[in-house]
Design a protein around this ligand. Sequence first.
Ligand code: 5AD
Length: 332
Amino acid sequence: MEFSKNEIVDILKDDSQNNWLFSLADRVRKEYVGDEVHLRGLIEFSNICRCTCKYCGLRCANKSVKRYRMSPDNIINTAKNACNAGYKTIVLQSGEDSFFSKEVMCNIISEIKKFDTALTLSIGERSFEDYKFFKQSGADRYLIRIETTDRNLYEKMHPSMSFDNRVRCLKDLKTLGYEAGTGCLVGLPEQTVESLAGDILFFKEIDADMIGIGPFISHPQTPLKDSLNGDFTLALKVMALTRIILKNVNIPATTAMETLNPEGRLIALQCGANVIMPNVTSSVYSENYDIYPNKAHLDEDIINSRQIIEGKIKSIGRTISKDYGFKRKLNN
Ligand code: 5AD
């Protein structure tokens, strides 16, 4: 289905057709990626970050967050436990922490790849060479959200970062043969529906394999502390349109959705999403992974949380995937 930017804007502005939009997204999801839900075990291994993103609680200027860094052995062990609990993908996520040099990361990657798992990295902007070595060590996928394609807003939100470098990262990852994931925040101050439509078209243009979309949630220890939270329904609509337009991509039901709505992830699974990323990090650490407040803490124990999530997924007639969950090929 092809939509022009103007058509996307009209749909985003008009709430009278939301039920039509969500059921269309659900049908497209079923047709292109089926009823299986892929579970990815998320390890938040360091909250140390050199960046100063205005919306993020982990920004280096926030002195009230207790910083931690898991040791490589601890990260590898956590991954092993998650694999033993049935996860077929491990996601390693952190702030932009320079301790995790190319060499340190490559060692962690090759150890984790000894387990029967796909491996995703989400560790920010790095050089082409770093990405190349991570890939050679066995990393399969990489997540780096563009956050917003409105260049002015991007530069306001990310002091001393560059939009062009962000795009360069995504292009490098595609060139190197990663499955590349990106996505955006919905509801940043001054963000327009026109730019959200641009975000969706950008995902298509760079041929993203995975797309994570979540509402902005105001964090009290950031410059955006007085801004309003993003709108749950608008985030859901951006996600639904992304499914309809990009068809066979993998789309997580994000934790930020669950933070704004207690059933947010289940609702998202019925509006186009087909992936959930349960947190498998020990809560000793993850309680300090304070990107935004009230980050849903559902996943205290790896085995228990998996059973709870599996139960919820089955309750809406969906199944749990047993494979690695790479992007499905288009049949045409
Ligand atoms: N609200 C919602 N999502 C946020 N992220 C960072 N800060 C916030 C916030 N305040 C998201 C960013 C980042 C991802 C890891 O978390 O989009 O890419």
